[in-house]
Design a protein around this ligand. Structure first.
Ligand SMILES: *[C@@H]1O[C@H](CO)[C@@H](O)[C@H](O)[C@H]1NC(C)=O
Ligand SMILES: *[C@@H]1O[C@H](CO)[C@@H](O)[C@H](O)[C@H]1NC(C)=O
Ligand SMILES: *[C@@H]1O[C@H](CO)[C@@H](O)[C@H](O)[C@H]1NC(C)=O
Ligand SMILES: *[C@@H]1O[C@H](CO)[C@@H](O)[C@H](O)[C@H]1NC(C)=O
Ligand SMILES: *[C@@H]1O[C@H](CO)[C@@H](O)[C@H](O)[C@H]1NC(C)=O
Ligand SMILES: *[C@@H]1O[C@H](CO)[C@@H](O)[C@H](O)[C@H]1NC(C)=O
Ligand SMILES: *[C@@H]1O[C@H](CO)[C@@H](O)[C@H](O)[C@H]1NC(C)=O
Ligand SMILES: *[C@@H]1O[C@H](CO)[C@@H](O)[C@H](O)[C@H]1NC(C)=O
Ligand SMILES: *[C@@H]1O[C@H](CO)[C@@H](O)[C@H](O)[C@H]1NC(C)=O
Length: 413
């Protein structure tokens, strides 16, 4: 059964490796595609209810267009107006990208495999002792989402990107080859990420790092996303972290009614603002969420991730847009855009006339990042027993991440 599932997963990816090997090009290759990018460098795919634009840089989603409950088209993801700007922008917020080869943080930028210790590129929280950084965020300063993937297939409703990450890049052992496919149908955005360790044992953890504002940053009553309602029915526990968001090893309980409880019922993201427990909840001097919740599906017996309930639901009563996230991943990060400070401009497809309403920028708490993923930094917490979901080797199972984002209208507050 397991072997069959792996073969099925790889079936879509039997693409010429020569195409993958040309990674890092201009991103304009149309070797096996029939549809070219538009004048902004965007590759579009379409379904009955959705139009989505992607770019080679980080295999990122750049636009997601959907009608709200009143029939007005909204672009509900953050990004830039053109593909070329992504690598020019200095802040690099990982807008809509695939962070890799190892998403989220790596404690002390080190890990051990079979008794060998590896040091990878440090790029966050510089200190006097560690001037480059005390830890690694999203795979290092040249992680996957700082590079152009190759477009290996593009149809009206689907696009596949590939990347070959060489042995030793950012300090990681061995080559990794990965394919990322995005598909839309009806009111659904599906994605599948597969990665293979081809030469050595290595950690792999991917995610989709999309910033959502289900009002298309066009709400004329509030410019934050704090009124979005969020619900994670399987997430009674979360990963405990220190003040720079590195896991301590502790798994914490989200008591009903506590600030991190989004499982006992749906709650507005801003519902606990004002509660002192939320201060420091996302690291030193930070109020809000940048939290990895566990997704405890197996507690209810065997499950089919495609049909047995969403792992997260985000909804805005103002636009009436709701997204239900289905995924095979066993953790879920939510970031409430605490670090946004108004320095990012909105896309031309978003926002309102700033003389009448709000400035055309992303304010603090103006968005919500949702990341399907595995337990963060589990490579440094062997007692969690997750090595089969974190460490991959030549000839072994492939890394697989699947998710299905299902949209609908729900105007209840
Ligand atoms: C893209 O396809 C067109 C038409 O088939 C072809 O003329 C062109 O050379 C291709 N460009 C690249 C970069 O492969
Ligand atoms: C692409 O898909 C959309 C939506 O399903 C459809 O309206 C359009 O005609 C399709 N375009 C092509 C070229 O097939
Ligand atoms: C590309 O987008 C950026 C940011 O969205 C914008 O500042 C820039 O003017 C755009 N460039 C072109 C050529 O449209
Ligand atoms: C990456 O692709 C963008 C367009 O999608 C292009 O402007 C840029 O030059 C490319 N970067 C590299 C390093 O090839
Ligand atoms: C942190 O990394 C340094 C190398 O930069 C290493 O000497 C040290 O042992 C590591 N600390 C831990 C606790 O792994
Ligand atoms: C706010 O936006 C909604 C939806 O576009 C619109 O119906 C309403 O008239 C707007 N209100 C104001 C005060 O502009
Ligand atoms: C946001 O939600 C709160 C609490 O439900 C409500 O009182 C307030 O009117 C809402 N604000 C907007 C702008 O929707
Ligand atoms: C805490 O953050 C606020 C901005 O949110 C800043 O003004 C203040 O200086 C910070 N305090 C410390 C001690 O870093
Ligand atoms: C806003 O945040 C960015 C990224 O952290 C930083 O570069 C910039 O200096 C900040 N701007 C202000 C006004 O605080």
């Amino acid at each position: 059964m397991r072997v069959k599932a792996c073969l099925a997963a790889l079936g879509t990816f039997l693409l010429p490796i020569t195409a993958a090997q040309s990674y890092g090009g201009t991103g304009s290759s149309n070797a096996s595609s029939s549809l070219a990018p538009d004048e902004h460098g965007f590759y579009w795919i379409y379904s009955e209810g959705l139009a989505a634009a992607f770019i080679p840089y980080g295999a990122s989603i750049a636009k997601l267009l959907i009608n709200d409950a009143w029939g007005i088209q909204r672009d509900i993801v953050a990004g830039f107006d053109n593909a070329s700007y992504y690598e020019i922008d200095k802040q690099h917020p990982h807008f809509g990208s695939v962070p890799g080869r190892y998403a989220n943080r790596i404690k002390n930028s080190t890990f051990e495999i079979d008794g060998v210790s590896y040091k990878v590129n440090a790029n966050e929280n510089p200190t006097a002792e560690a001037p480059d950084g005390a830890d690694t965020l999203h795979g290092g300063h040249n992680g996957w989402d700082y590079r152009n993937f190759t477009v290996v297939a593009h149809a009206n409703d689907s696009i596949t990107f590939s990347i070959v990450d060489p042995d030793g890049e950012q300090g990681f052992p061995g080559e990794v080859v990965s394919y990322v496919t995005y598909t839309v149908h009806d009111w659904t955005w599906d994605f599948k990420m597969v990665a293979l360790a081809t030469t050595k044992k290595t950690p792999i953890m991917l995610s989709s790092h999309t910033y959502w504002n289900l009002d298309g940053f066009s709400n004329n009553e509030t410019n934050t996303a704090l009124n979005h309602t969020f619900y994670m029915p399987y997430s009674g526990q979360r990963v405990g972290v220190d003040n720079i968001l590195i896991p301590t090893g502790d798994i914490l309980a989200n008591q009903p009614g506590s600030v991190n409880d989004f499982w006992s019922g749906p709650k507005q993201i801003g519902a606990s603002f004002g509660n002192p427990e939320l201060d420091g909840n996302c690291g030193f001097n930070c109020t809000g969420y940048d939290t990895c919740w566990l997704v405890n599906r197996a507690q209810n017996g065997p499950y089919d991730w495609r049909t047995d309930g969403f792992v997260a639901r985000l909804q805005s009563a103002w636009s009436g847009i709701q997204v239900d996230v289905y995924s095979d991943q066993e953790a879920f990060q939510m970031y409430s855009c605490n670090g946004q400070n108004g320095s990012m401009a909105l896309k031309t497809s978003q926002g309102l006339d700033d003389k009448e309403y709000f400035p055309r920028i992303i304010p603090q708490y103006g968005c919500v990042v949702m990341e399907v993923e595995d337990w963060i930094d589990a490579i440094n917490q062997p007692e969690w027993g997750r090595s089969s979901k974190q460490i991959y080797e030549p000839g072994g199972d492939p890394y697989i991440l699947q998710a299905s984002y299902r949209f609908s209208h729900n105007t209840t507050a």
